[in-house]
Ligand binder design. Structure first.
Ligand SMILES: NC(=O)c1ccc[n+]([C@@H]2O[C@H](COP(=O)([O-])OP(=O)(O)OC[C@H]3O[C@@H](n4cnc5c(N)ncnc54)[C@H](OP(=O)(O)O)[C@@H]3O)[C@@H](O)[C@H]2O)c1
Length: 251
């Protein structure tokens, strides 16, 4: 697989799956654009990327802010003149039962990042993706395929993301633009900590024990699937949802 000179936007590039993906893309020669909010974490990822390959472009971005999304696309095109690949990876979850008083507010926030921002950013990037006959990889979850207790908002957002991806894959196929989804199971990142969970180490230990393969994934394993789908090797793959979940869906 070669990503030499491919221009790739990675959202949620400041940690976890996004960071691992950005570093590997740089290692493979891509011109990578890092988009997320946390300046300290972004700077650390930029340093890892620069040690691996061409230094990436860092664009601090709040993906639920329309002006930031426009800036992300405009600055990418200003610097590199094109967009080949869009990796919509940023996301967050919340354990909030549907009966909770703030359930609808949580739903709006989670849909806002995990679904609406993806729709809006993909729409803004679309003319450039059509021009380059590029592709989109959306990072969903097994939560799209099977309910998780007290996570109705996240599960619904990810299910929407999957179907959005199939819908636009169908619409954009005649223009040569591919759209695919990766559905990870549990992955060791900052995701669980960002949900406000305590004893994160213990959480991963317990959930690993529950997995048929008795493990949880590392971010780099998800990167491998993302890069395959984004590469020329997957030139015949569109509208696909690729599960990589340590057996979560067969437990
Ligand atoms: N870890 C898992 O077990 C797991 C399982 C299935 C699916 N996933 C999915 O994988 C994707 C990546 O998650 P991860 O596991 O790598 O979690 P993570 O380490 O928490 O990373 C989440 C990323 O999203 C970014 N982000 C959050 N809100 C944002 C906003 N408003 N604007 C811009 N960026 C924002 C964060 O950056 P800043 O805070 O710097 O903005 C961070 O870079 C998500 O879509 C998640 O739903 C994760």
């Amino acid at each position: 697989m070669s990503f030499k000179d491919k221009v790739v936007i990675v959202t949620g590039a400041s940690s976890g799956i996004g960071a691992a993906t950005a570093v590997e893309l740089c290692r493979q020669g891509a011109a990578v654009v890092l988009a997320a909010r946390n300046p300290g974490k972004l700077a650390a990822v930029r340093a890892r990327c620069a040690a691996a390959g061409p230094p990436p472009l860092l664009l601090p971005t709040d993906l639920v802010n329309e002006a930031d999304l426009k800036n992300l696309v405009d600055k990418t095109v200003e610097k590199y003149g094109r967009i080949d690949i869009l990796i919509n990876n940023a996301g967050f979850g919340s354990e909030t039962p549907f009966e909770a008083p703030d359930a609808v507010k949580v739903f709006d926030d989670i849909i806002g990042l995990n679904l609406r921002a993806v729709v809006q950013l993909t729409h803004l990037a679309l003319p450039h993706l059509i021009k380059s006959k590029g592709n989109v990889v959306n990072i969903s979850s097994v939560a799209a395929l099977s309910p998780i207790k007290d996570m109705f908002a996240y599960c619904t957002a990810k299910a929407g993301l999957d179907h959005f991806s199939r819908c636009i894959a169908s619409e954009l196929a005649p223009k040569g633009v591919r759209v695919n989804v990766v559905n990870p199971g549990p992955v060791r990142t900052d995701f669980v900590e960002n949900m406000g969970k305590e004893e994160v180490g213990k959480f991963y230990e317990n959930i690993g024990e529950m997995m048929p393969l008795k493990r949880v994934s590392e971010p780099e394993e998800i990167t491998d699937v993302i890069l395959f789908l984004a590469s020329e090797k997957a030139r015949g793959v569109t509208g696909a949802s690729w599960v990589t979940d340590d057996g979560y869906m067969i437990k």
